[in-house]
Design a protein around this ligand. Structure first.
Ligand SMILES: *Cc1c(COP(=O)(O)O)cnc(C)c1O
Length: 410
């Protein structure tokens, strides 16, 4: 049979194990533990010699089916569903890093990821080396023999900066370091991480996949492309299991010990979103491009950032990596913080909320909220300005969104 379209495949992924009632949607197996017929079967399950479910902190039928569908779509070696994007990022770090190691990254990061690197991991002897990922020289200079990962966001938020991923992947390869990317801003049916040399992909599925802001979730996607044999942390395991060393370490140790697996209730909500992701994304991203173009014509607006705009410094590289509409988020600058606050207060349709890629459009003033607990100096080093408004574009008509922005600016 011919290879079907990826979305078709995703929708029709068969269950690995038969459901007793042949239900068309995957049931919610809201259950913690599973019974075995014999001590021997139990031993096999616990020692990894069979794939039976034993305990839902480790695997659960509903969650596993969701993971398999994402795996089908991405062609990954393994997918692990966590209960938030931050759980996914912290589990990855706990799998690859060790005391005395460092992570080469940028200070242009989602606020909690920055804080995880800067404050939490540093207490365990893991150093974050913040450098300019747009500069090959800066990246090379930051790397040393204890670098355990290069970590980046494919489109940074809220700066909307786009690094050359193939260039970073070649530097990572040269130094035998895995390239780990947070790809939340452009989903995996559009951006094919593996083709750009990304070894491990992380997605906050709270965003596009949940869609209606129904649930938190995070995905760890391992492409099995990295050779871990030189890693001080995973080298020994790589000698036994080869390219699946990361997945083995994560699934058999870290994820069990930290206990942040996605719950079956959440999977139910996220599955509804996953099945309609493609249609929602294409509408939201194309609306975003159109809205950004229209907002750029307004006299009160000093600057509009969206990598899909031709005057963006990242237009060419963004188009190559993400296509013509790189995500459904754009930012614009107004005259001052006060003008930003007034704009926010006057919005009637666009909702004042954090979160991204809800079906409804959302607005936020990042400097006073997501980055509100940082010092002004830190904010400046992260290029988070008091003048910037961030818009996440939903499924409304562009006309209505533009009208709301215009009335809020007048
Ligand atoms: C939201 C977000 C996260 C964190 O995800 P949660 O699901 O909120 O834990 C990480 N990275 C990016 C780019 C995000 O937008």
């Amino acid at each position: 049979m011919e290879e079907k379209n990826k979305i078709t495949q995703l929708l029709h992924t068969p269950y690995e194990k038969e459901d007793a009632y042949h239900s068309l949607a995957m049931p919610i197996y809201q259950t913690a533990a599973y019974e075995f017929g014999s001590a021997e079967e139990m031993e096999k399950a616990f020692c990894g010699l069979s794939s039976e479910h034993a305990y839902s902190r480790i695997t659960n039928p509903t969650v596993q089916y969701f993971e398999q569908r994402v795996q089908k779509l991405t062609g990954a070696l393994s997918v692990t569903a966590m209960n938030s994007g931050m759980a996914a990022i912290s589990n990855i770090c706990m799998t690859v890093a060790y005391a005395g190691s460092n992570i080469v990254t940028s200070s242009h990061l989602f606020g909690n990821t920055y804080s995880l690197f800067k404050s939490t991991l540093s207490a365990f002897g893991v150093e974050a080396r913040f450098c300019d990922l747009l500069s090959a020289e800066a990246v090379k200079a930051a790397i040393d023999e204890h670098t355990c990962a290069i970590f980046l966001e494919t489109i940074t938020n809220p700066q909307l900066e786009v690094a050359d991923l193939r260039l970073l992947a070649s530097i990572a390869r040269e130094h035998n370091i895995p390239l780990i990317a947070d790809t939340t801003i452009v989903p995996f049916h559009v951006f094919h991480a593996r083709e750009f040399g990304i070894d491990i992909e992380i997605v906050s599925s709270t965003k596009y996949i949940s869609g209606g802001a129904t649930s938190l979730g995070g995905l760890i996607i391992d492409y099995g492309t990295f050779d871990w044999s030189c890693s001080p942390r995973l080298g020994e395991l790589a000698a036994q299991v080869g390219s699946s060393a990361f997945t083995a370490k994560l699934r058999k140790e870290v994820h069990r010990n930290l206990g942040a697996y996605m719950t079956p209730q959440t999977v139910y909500a996220q599955t509804l979103g996953l099945e309609t992701l493609e249609v929602r994304y294409s509408r939201q991203a194309s609306s975003c491009l159109e809205l950004a173009k229209r907002v750029a014509t307004l006299p009160q607006v000093c600057r509009v950032s969206y990598p899909g705009l031709e005057n963006s410094p990242f237009y060419a590289i963004s188009k190559e990596q993400f296509g013509p509409c790189p995500g459904a988020m754009f930012t614009f600058d107004l005259e001052s913080r006060e003008v930003c606050f007034r704009f926010m207060d006057r919005l009637r349709l666009i909702r004042r909320a954090t979160n991204l890629f809800d079906n409804k459009s959302l607005a936020i003033h990042p400097a006073s909220t997501i980055y509100g607990n940082f010092t002004e100096e830190q904010r400046q080093s992260m290029d988070v300005s008091q003048h910037t408004i961030r818009i996440s574009v939903g499924l409304e008509a562009v006309e209505d969104l533009f009208e709301d922005i215009c009335q809020a600016l007048s």
